[in-house]
Design a protein around this ligand. Structure first.
Ligand code: ADP
Length: 487
């Protein structure tokens, strides 16, 4: 069987290399986190398939590079339109594969995947310019040149959306691509590959190799034929990739984890704060940006906790295909066990579990209840490690200095949420927070023009606008002398 039927379409289970579907001798099993049902066997790629894909991408590179931003933009616009036309299909595929809410996929995530492609295609045509500057009569001209093959390694929490954050700028910059999607969620990338073909993107410009990280990801990131590695995932895997890329000095871009603070100050609107706190359970907590450490001023801690509890009580856990569901299952049994391990160890230490703290037995399977741990022991793993599940911690602080010390006191620096009713106060606090993105009285507002990435162990580099092209392209300066011209 080389395809799976989902939502009335066939999802191919083979690699997409040089515009062809290619099988592997071995396969890996893909199941749905919704109910553990068997979805299909996917081609299990290794070095052989990676070599083929990089070769195909290298072969396609000169023509794609020479096409120019405008012609590439037309093809990428076709692709964006095709994603839009297939939002419902893509939403069904993704929900079945990773268990995230169908309604979010329909209304937010898949339209954003189209937007990612369109935005970067337009940016490459209209915004990639730098004013010339003069040096003693010489003219400096800056350009962003295609760099070669971009290797993209992506995670399972928002598979297609996060992949298009990379595919969009890479293809718009004139690079060709080899994508290795996460093994737990291969399906949307496969259907997307068909859309690239329909859009008229030439064979070999976009390639997908399925398989495990150690078998397919590792040879891809170590490949001497690639020009860039862009990775979103965990810190331990990022270290392996950095080592793999080091031999060829391949530039890397990493978006990694977080243990972001959500700071509720004494002057905050506590209803808003409680609303924002509940949002941190979105996608069953499988969001790198989540503000999982809730830090509250001691004077308002009880009032905030009461409002938070009231809102959590209204959160509905269940089948992610149901419109009324707010929180679905975790993505995979292994990940579910990892989350349970964190919570069980915290319990064994005597942690105060305010709510949740266990699987949702009514639903069974991979559903873990939204959980709040109060006053965890400072330095314990529940408050320092990224859990990537519906598990939040709550601690109190007595003044701004202590709040900042706690907020900045982790190895991560991806995001922070600040809730304050006083603009001056909020500005003072944000100035001293170490984070790639800070949201004040809001959460998850994303503009593709803005830089996105992590400080400290949360990442290397920034995506968004020209920052993306600074990574995927070779930035070049050409100096024209005023002399030496014959005409
Ligand atoms: P998680 O542990 O949460 O699944 P990872 O960071 O391990 O997150 O996975 C993100 C992506 O990295 C996946 O596509 C996975 O296959 C890939 N990956 C895992 N190990 C490696 C590796 N050694 N080299 C390259 N890619 C890898």
């Amino acid at each position: 069987m080389t395809s799976i039927e989902v939502a009335g379409v066939q999802v191919d289970t083979r690699h997409y290399i040089g515009g062809q579907r290619i099988a592997s001798a071995e396969t890996f099993t893909n199941t749905s986190p919704i109910d553990g049902s068997f979805l299909g066997e996917f081609a299990r790629g290794g070095k052989t398939e990676v070599d083929l894909a990089v070769e195909a991408a290298r072969k396609a590179f000169p023509a794609w590079r020479d096409l120019g931003a405008k012609k590439r933009g037309e093809l990428l616009e076709n692709l964006a339109r095709l994603i839009e036309e297939n939002v419902e299909t893509l939403a069904q595929i993704e929900t079945l594969d990773n268990g995230a809410l169908l309604r979010s996929h329909r209304r937010g995530v898949m339209p954003r995947a189209a937007m990612n492609i369109r935005f970067f295609a337009e940016w490459a045509q209209n915004e990639l310019k730098h004013e010339d500057f003069e040096t003693r009569g010489h003219t400096n001209k800056v350009s962003w040149d295609p760099s070669g093959v971009a290797a993209l390694i992506t995670p399972w929490n928002a598979p297609l959306m996060l992949a298009t954050w990379k595919i969009g700028p890479a293809l718009a910059a004139g690079d060709t691509v080899v994508l290795k999607p996460a093994e737990w969620t291969p399906m949307s990338a496969s259907f997307f590959a068909d859309l690239t073909k329909q859009a008229g993107i030439p064979d070999g410009v976009f390639n997908v190799v399925f398989g495990y990280g150690a078998e397919a990801g590792a040879p891809l990131t170590a490949h001497p034929g690639i020009a860039r590695v862009s990775f979103t995932g965990s810190v331990p895997t990022a270290k392996l990739i950095a080592h793999a890329a080091a031999d060829n000095l391949t530039p890397v871009s990493f978006e990694l984890g977080g243990k972001s603070p959500l700071l509720v100050f004494e002057d905050a609107d506590l209803d808003l704060a409680a609303h924002l706190a509940v949002e941190q359970y979105d996608n069953a907590g499988q969001v790198c940006l989540s503000g999982t450490r809730i830090l509250v001023h001691e004077a308002v801690a009880d009032e905030f906790a009461a409002k938070f509890a009231e809102k959590v009580a209204a959160v509905k856990q269940g089948d992610p295909r149901d419109e009324a569901t707010d929180i679905g299952p975790q993505v995979h049994q292994k990940h579910f066990e990892r989350i349970r391990g964190f919570v069980d160890r915290a319990k064994a230490e005597g942690a105060d579990i305010v709510w949740g703290g266990e699987p949702n037995d009514e639903l069974g399977g991979l559903y873990f209840k939204p959980t709040l741990v109060k006053n965890p022991r400072p330095g314990s793993e529940i408050v320092t490690a990224e859990i990537f599940g519906p598990v939040l911690c709550m601690q109190t602080f007595k003044d701004d200095d202590e709040a900042l010390e706690m907020a900045n006191g982790t190895e991560f620096g991806l995001a922070a949420v600040v809730v304050s009713g006083n603009r001056e106060h909020a500005e003072k606090v944000t100035k001293n927070l170490v984070a790639g993105t800070i949201w004040v009285n809001c959460f998850f507002v994303r503009d593709l023009r803005a830089p996105f990435g992590g400080s400290k162990k949360s990442g290397i580099g920034r995506d968004g606008g020209t920052w993306s092209f600074d990574f995927y392209a070779d930035v070049k300066n050409t100096v024209f002398a005023p002399t030496g011209w014959k005409e």
